[in-house]
Design a protein around this ligand. Structure first.
Ligand code: UD1
Ligand code: MG
Length: 463
């Protein structure tokens, strides 16, 4: 099988999505539409390069293309369409990057539900054609371009806004739509593109006009029907409006849940468990809804995540219990640890094996050593904590002087009394103890007791 290049059309404005963010950066289960489409193409060995066409908010969209490529271990390739003159113009703009006599797979960036299976089936059916597109029969075809056939043979794709009922009959009866997925042989595209015009209601160069132009030139033009090719219809939905985005997110979420259950993940209240398609949840993990697991999170076999938790790029090892109402972002929780309820682990928190992080405890850039416990009302930021340390309620590492951040280092087996402020930079040596209510501004040597608080006085009561 020959490899092909792919082109993601992501330069449009998305005028039907009332948001300051470009449409392809709208998210489903925490992932942008662009990330989802890019990941689908990256999972197809026959796709050599995926080029992203950017234009509207080009810097933002390119930045996302780069971020996604890095996550997938690929290199981002972006081409700028300075003025968005339509999907046909988008292909024209990308042509200089598409060399040789092979084919290009073109996909709309607003088709976040695409799967490698659907695209592979389409490419197989389209192999050898000059121009091919994937169509679908829909009950409510809304603004999709309609496929016009005569005696079963494709004649054209006509956009809904250009549809003339006197020529084609009632719009509602035209139920076969263009899904926005195409395969063009590059020589055919080079020959046909100069003939595109913008003489239509949209005043744009339509990629869809390559169908009628190809037919007029006597080329092999194929409208591949999704039903005939065995493609999942849900995978082909385009997203233009908030309602379509919501519907697509629901479909993606259901698909993800079904895949998790099939792979042996145990879900409680499954309809409220939301897991990004990029996150990895191993067989034997138990998730309690409602909960949200986003980004490149990894949850390993035997971990339990109880309800109302939000995890983003979290790495949770086996035997861990994340109790209710925790927020975990870019943090690692090692085997056998217990976190929560009501804990917050911020980026670069590392909760080591068998450690406990309890209610209203926040960790940032902190290593909490093996078996150490911070169970109540505590903030540990920029801290290195050895194994077997106990923090009393209300301990705070004062890591910020208004300008710079400083580290706190606490050795093995220390006991930090309740309501202690550790003013960094400061260290507490192995086996040391800090009395409750202390403000520690100087290093505490190993094995000593430090008290940094006003001495209690007891006086006669005035009556
Ligand atoms: C398009 C198709 C329509 C099809 C539908 C499927 C055309 C003319 N129409 O309509 O037949 O049924 O998709 O979802 O193609 N884009 C660019 N540059 C541009 C314009 C658009 O990159 O100058 C990108 C957009 O970012 C988007 C994609 O192309 O990702 C499709 O554009 P959109 O405006 O959503 O087209 P539709 O009206 O949905
Ligand atoms: Mg669209």
């Amino acid at each position: 099988m020959n490899t092909i290049d792919a082109l993601i059309l992501a330069a449009g404005k998305g005028t039907r999505m009332p948001s300051p963010r470009p449409k392809v950066l709208q998210t489903l289960l925490g992932e942008t539409m662009l990330a989802l489409v890019t990941a689908t193409l990256a999972a197809m060995p026959r796709v050599r390069h995926a080029i992203t066409l950017v234009g509207n908010e080009a810097d933002m969209v390119s930045a996302e293309a780069v971020r996604v490529a890095e996550r997938l271990g690929k290199k981002a390739l972006c081409v700028r369409q300075e003025r968005q003159l339509g999907t046909g113009h988008a292909l024209m703009t990308a042509m200089p990057e598409l060399q040789g006599d092979g084919s290009v797979l073109v996909v709309n960036g607003d088709a976040p539900l695409l799967t490698p299976d659907v695209l592979n089936r389409f490419i197989d059916a389209a192999e050898g054609a000059d121009v091919a597109f994937l169509s679908l029969v829909m009950d409510d075809a809304a603004s999709y371009g309609r496929v016009i056939r005569e005696n079963g043979a494709v004649r054209a794709i006509v956009e809904a806004k250009d549809f003339d009922p006197s020529l084609y009959g009632p719009l509602e009866d035209a139920r076969e739509v263009n899904t926005g997925i195409y395969l063009f042989s590059l020589p055919a595209a080079r020959r046909l593109l100069p003939s595109l015009s913008c003489d239509n209601r949209g005043g744009e160069y339509y990629i869809t006009d390559l169908v009628s132009l190809g037919l007029a030139a006597g080329m092999d033009v194929r409208g591949v029907r999704a039903e005939g090719a065995g493609c999942d219809a849900n995978a082909l939905l385009g997203v233009n409006t908030p309602a379509e985005l919501a519907a697509a997110e629901e479909i993606l979420s259901n698909r993800r849940r079904e895949a998790l259950l099939a792979s042996g993940v145990i879900l409680h209240s499954p309809s409220s468990v939301r897991v990004s398609p990029m996150a990895s949840v191993e067989k034997g993990v138990e998730l309690f809804g409602p909960c949200e697991i986003y980004g490149d999170s990894v949850i390993r076999s035997g971990a339990r995540v109880l309800s109302h938790c939000v995890l983003r790029d979290a790495d949770i090892e086996g035997g861990v219990e994340i109790r209710e109402f925790c927020h975990i972002e870019k943090a690692v929780v090692r085997r056998g640890a217990i976190v929560g309820p009501y804990a917050r682990l911020r980026p670069q928190a590392l909760v080591d094996e068998e450690a406990h992080v309890g209610n209203f405890v926040e960790l940032k850039k902190t290593h909490l050593g093996k078996g150490s416990k911070a169970n109540h009302l505590t903030y540990l930021g920029d801290a290195e904590v050895g194994p077997g340390v106990n923090f009393g309620a209300g301990t705070i590492t004062c890591n910020y002087d208004g300008k710079n951040k400083f580290r706190t280092v606490i050795g093995e087996g220390c006991f930090i009394g309740s309501n202690t402020a550790l003013v960094a930079p400061v260290s507490v040596g192995d086996g040391a103890m800090v009395g409750a209510g202390s403000v520690i501004t100087e290093d505490v040597p190993a094995g000593k007791l430090a008290l940094g608080r006003g001495r209690q006085v007891v006086k006669e009561r005035k009556r």
